[in-house]
Design a protein around this ligand. Structure first.
Ligand code: PGA
Length: 249
């Protein structure tokens, strides 16, 4: 069965105390939520173990992880380390990681496999930049990102993966994809999963939309048959806005 999910990507925002307050506020509002969507938050690494103690209904995600198990990789954080502080999900391949830190599809595939082997659930991101959309390359880009990034996973592993479609031109810009644009791409992704895996994998896959999602536009995005929730940046930094999106379901 496909899960509905609304996940908050805090990015490099909040100091520890602010992050703890935000987590508490999200947990409180989650208890009163009117939808059955699963609520996930992805605070910065430094906050994870403290935030874990403040949440129950809300699930915990990291924003990234290393592609190596452990050892001499200064500055990296391994999937095992994340597991050891109670993290369940990990965002992999966010467009900011791809663009600013040079993470390519092969490396993201390595991270995804390692995360899965350690019992973390990847929230695997894909998305085209504006020139790619305008140049008509958007489907090729998404096909490449998914077919390489999620290469050689078993069906059982695919059942643990969440996909987030985040058109780069919509991230943090205030320009949200139209419900039609989102549905079109989500449908394409589901079709691609039929091709790469099978009907069951495709049917059960949770596919989130991300990019300037707000309480005011969430309902029309989530009303689409292939949109199973959202990955929320800016609006996840205010508990009321974030839960407003959850309750839009
Ligand atoms: P945004 O970011 O909601 O601020 O556009 C979404 C994301 O990057 O996950």
């Amino acid at each position: 069965m496909r899960k509905k999910i609304v996940a908050g990507n805090w990015k490099m925002n909040t100091l520890l105390k602010e992050g703890m307050e935000l987590a508490k506020a999200v947990e409180k509002l989650e208890k009163e939520k009117t939808s059955d969507a699963l609520v996930i938050i992805a605070p910065p690494y430094t906050h994870l173990s403290r935030v874990k103690d403040l949440i129950q209904g809300v699930k915990l995600s990291a924003q990234n992880c290393a592609s190596e198990e452990g050892g001499a990789y200064t500055g990296e954080v391994s999937p095992d380390m994340l597991k050891s502080v109670g993290v369940e999900y990990v965002i992999i391949g966010h467009s900011e990681r791809r663009a600013y830190y040079g993470e390519d599809d092969e490396e993201l595939n390595k991270k995804t496999k390692l995360a899965l082997s350690k019992g973390l659930k990847p929230i695997f991101c894909c998305g085209e930049v504006l020139e790619e959309r305008e140049g008509g390359k958007l489907y090729d880009v998404i096909r490449q990102q998914i077919s390489v990034g999620l290469k050689d996973l078993s069906k059982e592993e695919m059942a643990e993966v969440v996909i987030a479609y985040e058109p780069v031109w919509a991230i943090g810009t205030g320009v949200v994809a139209s419900p039609e644009q989102a549905q079109e791409m989500h449908k394409f992704i589901r079709g691609l999963l039929v091709e790469l895996y099978d009907d069951q994998v495709a049917e059960d896959m949770t596919i989130l939309y991300g990019g300037s999602c707000k309480p005011s536009n969430a309902a029309e995005l989530f009303a689409n048959p292939d949109v199973d929730g959202g990955l929320i940046g800016g609006a996840s930094l205010k508990a009321e806005d974030f839960l407003g999106i959850v309750n839009a379901y």
